[in-house]
Design a protein around this ligand. Structure first.
Ligand code: F0G
Length: 431
């Protein structure tokens, strides 16, 4: 079924599946080659050309310019990093890190919010809400007050990193802590939004995913418009992976790229729904005819065991990802693979990105931990060009970082040394 963009719907009222933005490409003037987008760097005094989302606006053309919202998001860096490459056993010059933590609210969510709030403005929304493991709430709260909307966030009690919680409160969102996990919040917020007519900003909102496609455009831009061999991304609610596959599919369809990169989606072993379903239960896209019974049986088992996911990478502590089917489509488009990595490896990988790169939050480091496995298994070659999406800023979760170092939890712990208040003693300690 098809609906007009001016409607406020996130699921098909008939079948209950998520909606997808589809474009009439014949009617849109898309640049002939990707490098044409680069011309917008020369007109950055126009806020839409400055935005790392809207300078690709022809590729997410769902609303008029007058509705487009920007707070200067997506000024990110694609950094080649040889020290992290060495850690994962990739040849120098081949590993790139996409720092989404450099966004205004400190995570990749701002890409999606710029787009979704534009839609919210277009439909005249006054109040909005989301469920969150933290970053969605921080980003939504920031955009909401910038656009004059009221905002409410539902978070799992004790399930959110301190940096993120501080942002939601500081940016003025009403913050409701629920005695439950993210999946409980996600279920509640959908009913709350329906009941109160609030605009829903989770990634089941298709316009969020349209904004998140631009992360891939910027990776291509950072590589001189060349396609890498692999994209590595953490998997939580599976919005990013869904958006990335769609981005590459559309670019190929438009003739703007000649091949599609492979994708690896990384779960934590403590929240491994995607990995379990894809690797163990052999769930596949199957041209859109996904075997619902496999999913239903898996979720019924989680319920029967009273299972709640647990990982130090709290951003991806999710066991019922809403974008599961769209992610299966991405796996199909990108010959994708999925693996789950343990928390200890995520913590060590995070310390490596901290020591040799610009730092990142735990969920982001799952990409590096995952890539190390994929290299060891030989699935990713030493010579292949790989881009890892580092989704959030290191200051999002300071407690974890401090504990890792102070309590010497891992191989790369760098604890502070205590010293008396005496000059000679201090001098002796300095190496
Ligand atoms: N990395 C970070 C830092 C995140 O905050 C999230 C999701 C993910 C990865 C997973 O991305 O859902 O697209 O697969 N955070 C959401 C939130 C769920 O509420 O902030 P995904």
């Amino acid at each position: 079924m098809e609906f007009d963009c001016s409607e406020v719907l996130f699921k098909c009222p008939k079948c209950g599946e998520l909606l997808d933005a589809k474009y009439n490409w014949d009617k849109i003037e898309v640049p002939e080659k990707l490098s044409d987008f680069g011309k917008r760097w020369a007109s950055r005094s126009n806020p839409l050309d400055f935005s790392g989302v809207w300078r690709f606006r022809e590729l997410l053309n769902f609303c008029e310019d007058k509705y487009k919202v920007t707070i200067g998001e997506a000024q990110t860096i694609l950094q080649q990093n040889d020290a992290v490459a060495e850690y994962v056993n990739i040849k120098p010059g081949r590993l790139y890190l996409e720092y989404e933590g450099l966004n205004p609210s400190g995570s990749f969510k701002d890409n999606g919010m710029a787009a979704a709030f534009s839609h919210a403005k277009m439909v005249g929304a006054k109040s909005c809400a989301c469920a969150s493991t933290g970053n969605t709430s921080a980003s939504m709260a920031l955009y909401a007050h910038s656009c004059g909307l009221k905002s409410t966030v539902l978070i799992g009690s004790g399930r959110i990193a301190f940096g993120k919680l501080s942002q939601a409160m500081d940016y003025g969102a009403q913050t409701i802590q629920i005695l439950g996990d993210f999946d409980d919040c996600m279920r509640q917020v959908q009913d709350v939004c329906t009941k109160l007519g609030l605009y829903l900003l989770n990634s089941l909102n298709p316009f969020r995913l349209e904004g998140q496609k631009t992360i891939m455009y910027r990776i291509l831009e950072g590589l001189g418009w060349e396609v890498p061999d692999w994209i590595i991304v953490p998997g939580g609610n599976l919005g990013n992976s869904s958006a990335f596959g769609k981005a590459f599919y559309e670019l190929k369809q438009l003739g703007l790229i000649d091949r599609i990169p492979r994708m690896a989606i990384i779960n934590s072993t403590g929240a491994s729904t995607l990995s379990d379903l894809v690797n163990d239960k052999k769930l596949v896209w199957n041209n859109g005819e996904v075997d619902q019974k496999i999913i239903d049986d898996y979720y019924a088992d989680l319920t029967a065991r009273n299972f709640s996911p647990h990982t130090i990478a709290s951003a991806i502590e999710i066991s019922r990802p809403v974008n599961l089917k769209k992610c299966l489509r991405t796996i199909n488009i990108c010959s994708g693979v999925v693996i789950a990595v343990p928390d200890e490896e995520i913590k060590d990988a995070k310390a490596i990105v901290g020591k040799y790169g610009l730092g990142c939050e735990p969920a982001s480091a799952a990409t590096i931990a995952g890539l190390k496995h994929l290299r060891a298994e030989g699935l990713v070659g030493m010579d292949e060009r790989v881009a890892c999406v580092l989704t959030g800023h290191p200051l999002k979760d300071p407690n974890l970082t401090v504990n890792y170092h102070k309590e010497k939890q891992g191989k790369f712990s760098n604890p502070p040394v205590e010293a008396p208040n005496e000059f000679d003693e201090i001098i002796k300690l300095i190496k």
